[in-house]
Design a protein around this ligand. Sequence first.
Ligand SMILES: [Fe+2]
Length: 401
Amino acid sequence: MEEVNIEIKEAISSKGKFWPWWPLLPLYPYGCRKTLVREIIPQQIWSFEQLQGLYYVAVPVRLTVVKVSGGLMIFNPLPPTEELRHQLSELEELHGPVLTIVQPTASGLEHKVSLPALSRAFPKAEIWVCPGQWSFPVNYPLNWLGIPINRTKVLLHDGYPHEDLFSWISLGPLDIGLGRFQEVSCFHKPSGSVLVTDALVGIHQDPPELFEFDPTPLLFHSRDRGDQPLLDTPEARKKGWARLVLFSSFLRPDLLDIPSFFYVLRFAFRPGLFSPKSHFGIFPFSWKDGWENSARELIGQERPLLQIAPVLERLVFPRAKETILEWLDDLMKLEGVDKLISAHFSAPIEFNQNTIGEFRNEIKSRNWASSEGDWRFLGSVDKALLKTGVVPIDPLSKFKD
Ligand SMILES: [Fe+2]
């Protein structure tokens, strides 16, 4: 086993990865964003991934680039660091300029926050946004948020871009109290790929490649106490990844304890731990026996496991299962549908008519939006929001004629 000397081993230098607007949504890794580029469909679709998260609970967030007639289309923004712009310029040299930027979600803050900067990076691109954009705590108009309205169009209301290549399918709108949930998915007909934002994800047991550049979040969470060193082994990476999946899926998994402040302090600030990378030994988590079984329900062993993220199921769709089923019906009717590319976790994943049909049947027959076990915390949040009137009982009522 090897203790990581992160200062030396870490392959990331901050050069070209600076993101000055990180305080707008202060998520790990803050102002330094490494971007990993992968070609998903040769000469047609590319994935650009960065990490994003809280307290080392980081998961990949994806910007997808698709070749269109005369240039490129971006689906889901990411912070346009110098590195990302350089990587995109290499694609532009081969395939033409970025013509279109699509911001396909009304609610996904982590996708929306970088649209103004990305729009400025491509001043000639046409911007398409999902209807019902909103901001919190104050709901500003688009131009106040830095989105150039003179070249911005609204999906559905103003039509759709590149209809020769894509079919566009809306999920929602749903009233979620503070604003609306809606995302517009896009079916790329030549490759049979469905591009979604948050609605569906596929999770595999192997940590995403992006962690090769800095495995610290995995190693940090693979430990059981704050005085344990960050050890870099394949097992530690997988264990850390399984815990990150549980955190990001349930926010507070059921088999996680938050120890007392004094217990945490007992193991902090010890020799060898005096580094911000290990948070000075502060590790406010304690996992109970059996947490691995919870992780196994979310993580595919051989291939990524297709799922609706529990946060979405329990906080956005708890009373709108039919909406999800109807949307899956629409996707199943797409001719030649073959794979899914979502804005988080693994991509591409298998997503053909059989896969969708089986997935749909599984949702239809199982208990939906549970409040038991790992779902307990999300369930309590939803119940509190309902009780205080923040979210409506019927999320569709506002949008019915
Ligand atoms: Fe998201």
